[in-house]
Design a protein around this ligand. Structure first.
Ligand code: NI
Ligand code: MN
Length: 226
């Protein structure tokens, strides 16, 4: 399984049997993304919440690739109302897809669509694919229940925001890593805009002080997960 980072909270997972899962594909309007919507394909599109910097180009990609949306119920219904296919889920629930298992977790944030529809609760997502557990927290503040998420599913890779203002900043994110106890922490949701400027290497250093590992992914970089 491979993980590619487009910047902000946008990632693409490619499974061992070449299924492509996009998470929060904010590309065309994203000043830090090295790729545009037309360069990216997806069998599945996971949206953590409805904000424009997470829905991003999801609809154009889904139209071109006939992708299946996976979201919490209200946001899935919103996708269906626009004519797309979606699998409705909700917080705390998991489902075994043909690429692996996906479970939604709580996140503390908002979720209004760019055209002012309620997107349901914002969420994080735990993916279990090819024997690897990956937790994308979505946009969230720090919360103690993260400990439970890490207890119920030992996390290999944790993707979490460090940009502050709308989400956790660096110090709260470091505490989140302590709570979840992943093998590797990967920072996201920083430096896309001046208001979320943050130094990912300061985060990495502080995570390493805990005796834990962190990888700062370059924009456009793809890594093999093991
Ligand atoms: Ni948001
Ligand atoms: Mn955001």
């Amino acid at each position: 399984m491979k993980l590619k980072y487009f910047s902000h909270s946008a990632f693409q997972i490619t499974t061992a049997d070449n299924k492509k899962i996009l998470i929060d594909p904010f590309l065309n309007g994203n000043p830090t993304s090295p790729v545009k919507e037309k360069d990216v394909n997806a069998d599945f599109i996971v949206l953590t919440h409805a904000h424009g910097d997470h829905i991003g180009d999801a609809f154009n990609i889904a139209k071109r690739c006939n992708s299946l949306f996976i979201c919490v119920d209200e946001l899935a219904n919103y996708c269906k109302s626009k004519g797309y296919q979606a699998h409705n889920m909700h917080i705390g629930g998991g489902y075994n897809f043909d690429f692996g298992r996906l479970k939604f977790t709580i996140a503390h944030h908002g979720s209004l669509t760019p055209d002012n529809h309620y997107g349901g609760q914002p969420a994080g997502v735990v993916l279990s694919i090819d024997g690897i557990n990956l937790y994308h927290t979505g946009d969230t503040g720090l919360f103690l229940d993260m400990k439970l998420i890490g207890e119920m599913t030992p996390i290999d890779y944790m993707l979490l925001p460090i940009g502050d203002n709308f989400t956790m900043g660096i110090d709260d994110a470091v505490k989140a890593v302590e709570f979840v106890n992943p093998k590797i922490a990967i920072p996201m949701h920083y430096n896309t805009f001046p208001i979320i400027a943050a130094d990912p290497y300061e985060f990495k250093k502080k995570v390493e002080t805990l005796g834990k590992k962190s990888i700062v992914m370059d924009y456009g970089q793809e890594i093999v997960l093991s």
